[in-house]
Design a protein around this ligand. Structure first.
Ligand SMILES: C[S@@+](CC[C@H](N)C(=O)[O-])C[C@H]1O[C@@H](n2cnc3c(N)ncnc32)[C@H](O)[C@@H]1O
Length: 285
């Protein structure tokens, strides 16, 4: 069954979703974790409608630059509109598993809620590692969708909706295995922080309510839960909201890591066994 298509319709829904308070809070957390500095060159893998690219241009300033890559041309169009006139940005169509950028050419990289859609995560991580300079920083953010706790008085229908929604991506619980995958890609200092997005109100600024139109349209497919059940599910959530009985919680995970610094030349030659040719010394990509 096809996963979520990042087309024009999804683009419009994501643009609305990324304006809400929870999305602003998430971007603040991501940018704080990345700590972009004036003059740096930053890569955004799976840049979507370009909110991070636009904000990061302000952080790297006129001496810095941002490259946004995405596999969806429709997302790149939105990103181009958002970043127009803001600074040195380059937006390119590319797959996360094959980045059209030079080795070691970025100070920092972010990849927010993208790897969960990518089939070959190992390859995407190897690419992310390859294009960072030694000492360069990566921030990867994904959701474990199994952490969703969502109140309903119709448990079987809620379970069917959430199971159908799991089909919108390739890896519904990627954060569970991401730290070892990052280490085997060559990253060091891998750290993880979980962030709860929870609300007991039908709050338009919360991920839960803002996600509902996307979920409803995806699961309404006749091969999933069908239009009638999807509409009934959404109607129940609105009714629970009016009664003051709405509840949603989920945990999203922020991973940070660096590409190791190459050992200084003197140390490298001390480490090399006698007679070993060291021209290929350096961290594994
Ligand atoms: C949920 S959106 C996140 C957008 C952006 N990172 C943000 O948080 O604002 C996922 C994005 O990943 C992109 N994407 C999905 N699979 C991809 C792949 N294999 N390579 C590159 N981009 C991909 C989609 O086109 C979409 O723009």
């Amino acid at each position: 069954m096809a996963q979520l298509a990042f087309d024009e319709a999804t683009g419009r829904q994501l643009e609305a979703l990324y304006e809400i308070g929870d999305a602003v809070r998430r971007r603040d957390l991501v940018r704080a974790a990345l700590g972009a500095r004036s003059g740096e060159r930053i890569l955004d893998v799976g840049c979507g409608p370009g909110f991070y690219c636009a904000e990061l241009l302000g952080e790297v300033g006129p001496g810095g630059s941002v490259v946004g890559l995405d596999s969806s041309p429709q997302m790149l169009d939105l990103a181009a509109r958002r970043c127009e006139g803001l600074g040195a940005v380059e937006l390119r169509e590319a797959d996360a598993s094959s980045l059209p950028v030079e080795d070691g050419s970025f100070d920092g990289a972010l990849c927010v809620q993208v790897l969960e859609y990518v089939t070959d995560v190992r390859r995407a991580l190897a690419e992310l590692h390859r294009m960072l300079r030694p000492g360069g920083r990566a921030v990867i953010w994904d959701i474990d969708w199994a952490t969703v706790s969502w109140h309903s008085e119709d448990h079987p229908r809620m379970a069917r909706v959430l199971a159908a929604w799991d089909e919108h991506l390739v890896h519904p619980s990627l954060p569970r295995t991401l730290a070892p995958l990052m280490r085997s890609a060559g990253f060091e200092g891998v750290r993880m922080q979980g962030h709860s997005f929870a609300t007991a109100e039908f709050d338009r600024e919360a991920f839960a309510t803002a996600l509902m139109p996307l979920i409803e349209s995806f699961v309404a497919d006749p091969d999933r839960v069908g239009e009638a059940d999807a509409a009934a599910w959404a109607a129940e959530q609105r009714a629970l909201g009016e009664q003051g009985s709405f509840f949603f919680a989920c945990t999203q995970f922020c991973f940070t890591a660096t590409r190791p610094l190459e050992p200084p030349a003197a140390q490298r030659s001390r480490q090399a066994p006698a007679g070993t040719h060291r021209s290929s010394a350096g961290p594994a990509a």
